[in-house]
Design a binder for this molecule. Sequence first.
Ligand SMILES: [Zn+2]
Length: 402
Amino acid sequence: MRREPLLLWAAVVAGLALLCLVAFCALFPPEIDAQTLAHFERDQVERAQDYAQVRYLLFAGGQALVILLLSAAVLVLFRQGWLPFPGANPYLQVATFVLLLLVAIELVTLPLDYYRGFVLEHRFGLSTQTTGQWLGDQVLGFLVRTVLTLVVFTGLFLIIRAVPAYWPVVASAAFGLFLVVQSVISPVIIDPLFHKFHPLPEGPFRERVVSMADQAGIEVGEVLVADASRRTTRANAYVTGLGNTKRIVFYDNLLNRFSQREAELVLAHEIGHWRHRHIIKGIVMGVGGALVFFLLYRLILGGYGVPAGHPATVPVLLLFVTVFSLLAMPAQNAVFRSFERQADRVSLELTGDAAGAVQLYQNLARTNLADVQPHPFIRTVLFTHPPAVERISAAEQWVVKR
Ligand SMILES: [Zn+2]
């Protein structure tokens, strides 16, 4: 029997503990305070809290299920040295093993995903999808994730077997390259699988895009509109792509239902992400995280006394990547929230419209049924953006400071 490395199981326990805390905090949402009520109706905040509570619980439950499933795979399959197609090509074994585990994870989490992504979204009036459309998206999403995971995993095993002494460093660099390629191609290859995009139509808003980019002193790539209303009533916008594929994408919902003043603030926010090079910084962060991950993973396999390139290690790798990603969320999201604060500041500088910004954050929160005043622990773990109340007070303080 193999000696179990403490590091792996300590990470698993820490991951499960974090999920228990998320679930616990979800059960006891904070009292709605006066600052929140100054900007939002109590009804809206409570409704959003009800919606968020179920989502937080489903997140914790889903992640816990995946961790338990993969822990079982490590304790049963890996301990026995089980391999698909014994004696076959090791890369075929790796790919098959990964595929089997991804299918198992998908099947175990499908009921929760259905409840969260379809039932709940309809109950709160956020989804415009039929069951068939939703299922189609799930199948497509699973296929895309699986292809990407297979590329990363087989590539990693190739590197481990090619340079056994330095593989963590080489693999981190290769992961950086993968992130760059993915950033370049996903707007033109992956995103169009889910949405139809068309260029922002001519008109005053399009003219404003050009003038604002000049004002910011940066070159704006394409500005596209996505047909998000086929799926959701949410409003959103984002920057994506690198080099030639760099673009700002607006959900059609945002352009159709928000004022031009609000759309300009969103545009300026997205320009802020470019000005501060957040996509590149995100990739650099990914490479740093990958290096830490690979070094720890090598320690774990050293504890097992198994060579890292052995195909039987697939469940250990999947389990550790799951808990590591989960435990990294507070740090990662703290950085993401600081990116968002920077982009918000640029949007105020470019438009000078703090009153409009307050109105925009209120409208976005109302439209997307956002948890505007989350429990501090849930904010730390799960929030990629500052909650609406924080964004509003930052806009109000910006006026005072000026
Ligand atoms: Zn942003």
